[in-house]
Design a binder for this molecule. Structure first.
Ligand SMILES: [Zn+2]
Length: 477
């Protein structure tokens, strides 16, 4: 009796999975077409670009969500930035409440994109979606309009197998300014707290291990950026008159910056934490190829390579304001400013990390140089609690959709708004998934999406929704 019941449940599950798979495959060509439509809208969220395009892309996304016919509400809204009156770019929010005590899933992606850079660097125009081989090229084709479309296509396939009558609660939040610092994100969360509240949050804005192997991102580094200004003189002077007896700001800056790293290139700042976890195999040769290291140039840091990228801090000087080479005269510079960008290891708060770096810079200023620090921006690192049932569900869905077990990965980059999600919804299980692969080149010319990855990402999410639909929330069990 027990045995036959179990068998019938198993075959029900199999049938549902088969129906979902069929619906995903059937809807896949239109998902590519709709993605192309989104890529054609140049929705760059940076302040120097026309905000009408971001508004147009919000409209297009809202249209796609409305057409799914499963939401009670679909709205476009803008939340204020910080405490001011200025509003952020429009976000799209769609929702239907859970029924019969089921879970609610929140699906996140963003519809804005990075600037395209120079058209000449692209093999096809950035806003003209173009298929070459098994990849779709275009700005936002992967980051993150494919994330938007993965949600739309997964919901469409899931709903096609259930009718409009399913019990799963669903909210979709498509942000409009992720690439410009998610300035209104925290206020948007506060304003829409009730609608966004969920048991499981899927953030589809990350990477896969390769085009054949799915990944669940379980750790993200945080970030700290600021401007450092070093001053030594009240005004510039002739380098022939005083050079050799007074320190110019460039000398002080170069010497100060050199204290941030030890000889092997590891970060040498007391109080910046690192952790040591197991990481998948990744060779020095792969690093050389992936990062385009020149022959003879060595990698920096110590320990496993992925450990250096995922669980250790890094400090980079990303900009410098000083006389240009063309305009260089025989002058002692009175002041130099640099932009410093640091990545923070999971396990340390970004504000603690900033204090450690600031203390180091003040303690190591050479020749009594004056140090000023401003324009500080911080984002906390993030570690997923992998013990939650949704993590197991997501990994199972990945294994089934891809036919390969997923890898748990870290990301050397940061998604600072995840810390906001954790703060506002501390009980939610957060799943960081994605549609990218190592050849995607997000943010760069010739950004592209692997269409096989796209299909498997949609199927993963459709299977996950279908299975979560049958569950009551863990807290109510
Ligand atoms: Zn993104």
């Amino acid at each position: 009796m027990m045995q036959s019941q179990k068998n019938s449940t198993e075959s029900d599950d199999d049938q549902r999975d088969a129906a979902v798979t069929e619906a995903v495959l059937e809807g896949f060509p239109s998902a590519i077409g709709e993605l192309g439509g989104l890529v054609r809208i140049p929705s760059v969220s940076w302040s120097a670009f026309d905000p009408h395009h971001v508004a147009a892309s919000a409209d297009a996304v809202a249209g796609l969500l409305r057409d799914l016919d499963v939401f009670e509400t679909v709205s476009i809204s803008r939340a204020p930035i910080g405490d001011g009156d200025e509003l952020g770019h429009p976000a799209v929010l769609a929702a239907r409440p859970a029924r019969n005590g089921r879970q609610t899933v929140l699906l996140y992606a963003h519809h804005d994109v990075q600037p395209p850079g120079k058209d000449d660097d692209w093999d096809s125009a950035p806003y003209e979606p173009t298929v070459r081989g098994d990849r779709l090229y275009g700005r936002g084709a992967a980051d993150d309009k494919a994330g938007v479309m993965a949600h739309v296509a997964a919901i469409r396939a899931f709903a096609a197998t259930r009718g409009a009558d399913f019990d799963l609660g669903l909210a979709v939040f498509i942000e409009g300014e992720e690439e410009f610092g998610s300035r209104s994100f925290a206020n948007f969360l506060e304003q829409n707290r009730a609608t966004l509240a969920a048991d499981v949050i899927v953030v589809a804005d990350s990477d896969n291990w390769d085009v054949n192997t799915p990944a669940l991102t379980v750790s993200l580094r945080g970030n700290v950026t600021f401007r450092l200004t070093v001053r030594t003189l009240a005004h510039a002077s002739h380098s022939g008159m005083f050079g050799g007896a007074v320190p110019d700001a460039m000398l002080a800056t170069v010497r100060l910056l050199s204290t941030l790293h030890s000889d092997d290139g590891s970060v040498a700042v007391d109080g910046l934490l690192a952790s040591d976890g197991d990481t998948p195999e990744y060779t020095d040769e792969t690093l050389r190829t992936d990062a385009a290291l020149l022959d003879g140039v060595q990698s920096i840091g110590s320990g496993s390579i992925l450990g250096r990228l995922w669980t250790k801090p890094s400090i980079t000087v990303t900009g410098i304001d000083a006389p240009s080479v063309a305009n260089a005269s025989n002058t002692l510079s009175p002041s130099v400013s640099v932009r410093i960008s640091a990545r923070i290891a999971p396990g340390q708060s970004a504000s603690d990390a900033f204090r450690a770096i600031e203390t180091h810079l003040r303690a190591n200023a050479p020749f009594g140089a004056r140090i000023e620090i401003d324009e500080v921006d911080t984002g906390d690192p993030f570690l997923v609690d992998t013990s939650g049932p949704a993590v197991a569900d997501a990994k199972k869905a990945m294994a089934d959709a891809w036919g390969v077990e997923p890898v748990e990965t870290g990301i050397g980059g940061s998604i600072p708004f995840i810390a906001d999600l954790v703060r506002v919804f501390p009980r939610a299980q957060i799943l960081v998934t994605g549609v990218e692969d190592p050849d995607t080149r997000a943010h760069s010319p010739n950004e592209s999406l692997h269409l096989g990855v796209f299909k498997r990402a949609i199927l993963t999410e459709a299977l996950l929704l279908s299975r979560l639909d049958g569950r009551t929330p863990p807290s109510k069990v």
